[in-house]
Design a protein around this ligand. Sequence first.
Ligand code: SF4
Ligand code: NI
Ligand code: NI
Length: 709
Amino acid sequence: MTLFDRVFGGNDAVYGLTEGAIDGAIAQYGEDKAVSFPNTAYSLPCYYAVTGTKVTTLKELKEALGVVKTLMTREKRLNDAFMSGVATALCAEFIEVLKYIDGATPYEEPCYGHLADAVIRELGVPLVTGDIPGVAVILGSAPTVEEGVALVKSYQAQGILVTLVGGIIDQVAEAGMKTGANVRVIPLGKDVTAVIHVVSVALRAALIFGNVTPGDAGTLMKYTMDRVPAFVNAFKPLDDVIVACGAGAIALGFPVVTNETENIFRVPKSLIVQEDVSKFNATSLEARDIKIKITNIDIPVAFASAFEGEIIRRKDMQVEFDGSRVDCAELVQTCDASEVEDHKITVVGPEVDDMELGSKNSIAYVVKVAGKNMQPDFEPVIERKFHNYINCIEGVYHTGQRDMQRIRISIDAFNAGFKIKHIGEVLYASVKNEFDAVVDKCEVVIYTDPAECTRVRHEVAIPIFDKRDERLDTLTDESVDVYYSCILCQAFSPSHVCVVTPERLGLCGAVSWLDAKATHQLDPNGPCQVITKERPIDENLGSYEDVDEAVQKFSQGALEHVTLYSIMQDPMTSCGCFECICGIEPFSNGVVIANREYAGMTPLGMTFPEMASMTGGGVQTPGFMGHGKHFISSKKFMKAEGGIERIVWMPKELKEFVAERLNKTAQELYGIENFTDMIGDETVATDPEALVEYLTEKGHPALAMDPMM
Ligand code: SF4
Ligand code: NI
Ligand code: NI
């Protein structure tokens, strides 16, 4: 048998199954029955991406199958094999979508099945920063449980996002390994067709971030090949169906590594035989050209970004530190070089061994840094990273910041020998590693003595926090001389540029003006560049010749004009990883904002994913704007259209999150008390009529404003 026979044979087999399944469904439900995957604006995502046609009913699904058939040409050329691979993948998507008929939830823990658009948007920033350096798709059963688990853990330790299909899912479960999106190990499903759910992620990334036109299959495949760092590990035995799926993966640019030696055909850099499973990791990274940043830290447990989302429950914890109950603090302090002894770590007070099991304790750590290029402005930027650093420790959990942090150390980590001093090691190594351009020397003092914690918190930390807050309050767009560009997301959105100002942070929510300034200092040729603001065109719109020139340059000419404060005229572009999306609501002359976490309906008749699909990929779309959560309370939010007075609806959770700051801004700008009270949410209205009624009753100011379009 040739490779062609196997691919074509596998493709024919899956096609037959799909046809049978669709006919069966039509017989059962009738051809008008709706079909879709939940929480996506691109249903069916793979078929839509490849053909440009949306499928909503069984009838359309049957027609789509006819289109798939046209891809299944049988000449023995490489392209025919690839297209048959793509056809196999599309058939898999059809089989999978049938499982979701009638709002069914076909996947149960630990399997995920279809992944929501929101999950893909969340992956945007970690993928561009290299925090997630790659995506592994592991298929089938490893020769032994130990080898399977070791492979998964090896990727996890590198921060690689791992998806599992088939027998490997039971193998990691048997070994008692924790799985889930929060530890970057995602079991998709046990049928081979479940592999489509990761293909769907790759193709939607092209639509969401890449501005690829649905149906432009050539550009689509180039996008996934160039920008989605995925690869496949397939365990033997490979049947023809898996081989056909593999051809689809290769067509998208994802190399396949397998330990199958029989009846297999090596294709350089694409279909690679590696008999030794312990070498799958190295072979795959080499084939996909993935480089791993290594941070070697001398601690008794693992340290990797994959553990960032790990949660330690009360019953699993050895000890806890809780700033909301006892005195705690975390602080970066700029010192003179003579006051800092590099890599010195001191613990003042009891170690974990001296603390009772399950007890609540005080902790305060002061990271003293010195460096020629260090500026006090960078202190909060470094400090905010502590959350990520400490969370990356396996078995340690961190939330909050400043003097309100909470840390848990798990019983497992404790038993492995983890101590307070290791927190110091982690902070030292991470700060030196990431901030080497500004930090020459770094020393960590960790206080656990309660009296010392009280002293550090009240006499050292709080006065510094207060001073910083004053500084932040005076940081306005008018008070600074320069803004910054950020083009980090160009890895996925080639023409997207964020202009970051003190009052408008990056739409991902992760890059403030101070962050951008620090990033520029750390890496002068990096993603954040200075934008001068010497030649204003219109202060109300926030348009500047300098800004226009910068976006023209950084978007390689794709953008000509960008305003900072308007949603209608030359609005800033979006990449796709925005925390919130705001869109015009014509009946109230206002705007509706939805956050990524919100799963319900909005008065625009669209869900978050549907609103979000209106913009992205670095294209300007007047009327829709992606933005960070903190921008909502900014005095510059849609200033050109009248500002925050235009906000008429937000999900309740988001409203509560921004209430304090938003109310303060409304009070200062318009003298309105308790403005958030006037704003609708899903408990009040999810349709425009009920919303307007509510706004009228509350006397919402937007109703009296000029229409925006
Ligand atoms: Fe991406 Fe903009 Fe955030 Fe930079 S500021 S990471 S370009 S969304
Ligand atoms: Ni106190
Ligand atoms: Ni982005």
